[in-house]
Design a binder for this molecule. Structure first.
Ligand SMILES: Nc1nc2c(ncn2[C@@H]2O[C@H](COP(=O)(O)OP(=O)(O)OP(=O)(O)O)[C@@H](O)[C@H]2O)c(=O)[nH]1
Ligand SMILES: [Mg+2]
Length: 447
């Protein structure tokens, strides 16, 4: 895919201006190129050295701090030099250009992390975690990605794989010494071992569903009759006056969305047009159609019922349509009540006084069942991993059926080997170019 013979260079910090910007060099000539740029012979390993970088025309570009990491104790496992300059794109680009002029090559997206993977510093699961950690938008997402980077998920997968290897060894021994029959492992023992492995895989897969929720977040549609207080609630949750609020029923016409961190889960709230059976005009009619679509597509539906007015048939229709994913909210709790919210288990909320808002937030995180124990366990948030694990599980199911049917060990072993190769694909022990390409394409340059 990429060559690792040459020395690569890129700006490692985000585009734009900052106090500091970092240019990273990695490869066999990193130290030599840094020496040419600074006019210094050598840098003490892992020590910050204040020096100047000179450009191609011999004039100074900037005063910088250079840190050299000799191989193999560096991010990539190669010789790495990091040059911290003042965070101006002009300065950083000039340093990169100078490095290229003396023999470095501009790095491809994800190439530093790819080299770390190639040199065995990290496995594929950890390389993907780097991208996920950089992309994380909530603290919980960052936490899950960091767990993965630390290798906790890898360790969990390896434990499962070790159990499979043990089973393979015993089955192969039975094959090699056929006269002993099932001396090394009885069919019952093999079945028990397979059942225990599939149970472990199922545990990881259950986490996967929750892990995906943390990565991708949930959508919560706010629906209700016109003037029920949907936009006011939306604004309150967003902490900003995003949607127009007026006392005219039918104010909101189109869908408005806002991404908000609720207990570490990225929620996308959707404010919708008030639903009534007889819309006033074509625009409102289209708005109502979109509101219904948003509710149908949402993970959670917040049904806003105006507690200061009697419930109407439109309210009942909305409650029925929203199904099991709904949270009922009795709005305008600061006004005199026209009906009893607790009778229909609606949460009394006021966007004016904030009453019930904290409780609404915790009911929303409650909608993500099992989130709490997730914090203590490595989650499998990655779709690629989940798909491969499903395939491994299917192969083990076949092995289990075969064992129960008394099929010869060769066939059982073939299925177990198949499962193990899916595990290897997850950690990248048997890399495929196509997989590597799609994984590292997600990175940006300098990572
Ligand atoms: N007292 C009180 N008034 C509220 C509260 N929430 C909303 N209102 C008022 O109710 C009216 C309608 O509020 P909106 O938030 O625009 O209602 P909506 O459901 O978005 O209305 P449409 O977009 O027309 O469907 C406005 O006059 C708000 O000021 C509340 O908690 N307490
Ligand atoms: Mg509105």
């Amino acid at each position: 895919m990429f060559s690792t013979e040459d020395t690569i260079v890129a700006i490692a910090t985000p585009p734009g201006r900052g106090g500091i910007g970092v240019v990273r060099l990695s490869g066999p000539r990193a130290a030599e190129i840094a020496a040419v740029l600074t006019g210094r012979q050598r840098f003490e390993p892992r020590h910050a050295t204040l020096t100047n970088v000179t450009g191609r025309d011999g004039t100074s570009i900037d005063q910088v701090v250079v840190t050299a990491f000799p191989a193999p104790h560096s991010y990539t496992g190669e010789e790495v030099v990091e040059i911290s300059a003042h965070g101006s794109p002009v300065v950083l680009q000039a340093i990169v250009a100078s490095a290229i002029a003396v023999g470095a090559r501009l790095a491809n997206p994800g190439e530093f992390t790819f080299r770390a993977y190639l040199h065995g510093r990290i496995d594929l699961v950890q390389a993907e975690a780097v991208a996920e950690l950089i992309d994380a938008v909530t603290p919980l997402q960052a936490r899950v990605a960091f767990d993965q980077l630390e290798g906790t998920l890898t360790a969990r997968l390896l434990a499962i794989d070790r159990a499979l290897l043990d089973l393979v060894a015993r089955l192969e021994a039975s094959l090699d010494f056929p006269e002993e029959g099932y001396h090394f492992i009885t069919p019952v023992e093999a079945e028990t071992a397979l059942a225990s492995v599939t149970a472990s895989i199922d545990g990881v897969l259950r986490d996967a569903a929750r892990g995906r929720m943390i990565r991708e977040g949930l959508t919560a549609a706010i629906v209700g009759r016109p003037n029920a207080g949907k936009s006011s609630l939306f604004n309150r949750l967003a902490g900003a006056a995003r949607a127009i609020v007026t006392d005219v029923p039918g104010t909101t016409r189109d869908l408005l969305t806002e991404r908000i961190d609720i207990g570490g889960v990225p929620f996308t709230f959707v404010d919708t047009a008030g639903v009534r059976l007889e819309p006033g005009d074509a625009i409102e009619e289209e708005g109502i159609a979109r509101a219904r679509q948003a509710a149908a597509a949402a993970d959670v539906v917040i049904v806003v019922l105006d507690r200061s007015r009697p419930l109407a048939s439109d309210d009942h229709a909305l409650m029925e349509a929203s199904g099991a994913r709904r949270i009922l909210v009795a709005s305008k709790a600061d006004l005199p009540a026209a009906w009893n919210a607790s009778a229909i288990e609606a949460l009394a909320v006021s966007s004016l006084t904030d009453e019930g808002i904290a409780e609404l937030r915790s009911r929303l995180t409650g909608a993500c069942a099992g989130l709490d124990d997730l914090r203590d366990r490595p989650a499998l948030a990655n779709v690629r991993h989940a798909a491969l694990l499903e395939q491994a599980r299917a192969a083990l199911d076949r092995a289990s059926t075969a064992t129960a049917a008394g099929v010869p060990e060769e066939f059982v072993l073939a299925d177990i080997h198949e499962a193990r190769s899916r595990f290897d694909e997850i950690t990248g022990a048997r890399p495929q170019d196509e997989v590597l390409r799609t994984i590292f394409e997600r990175f940006c340059i300098g990572k």
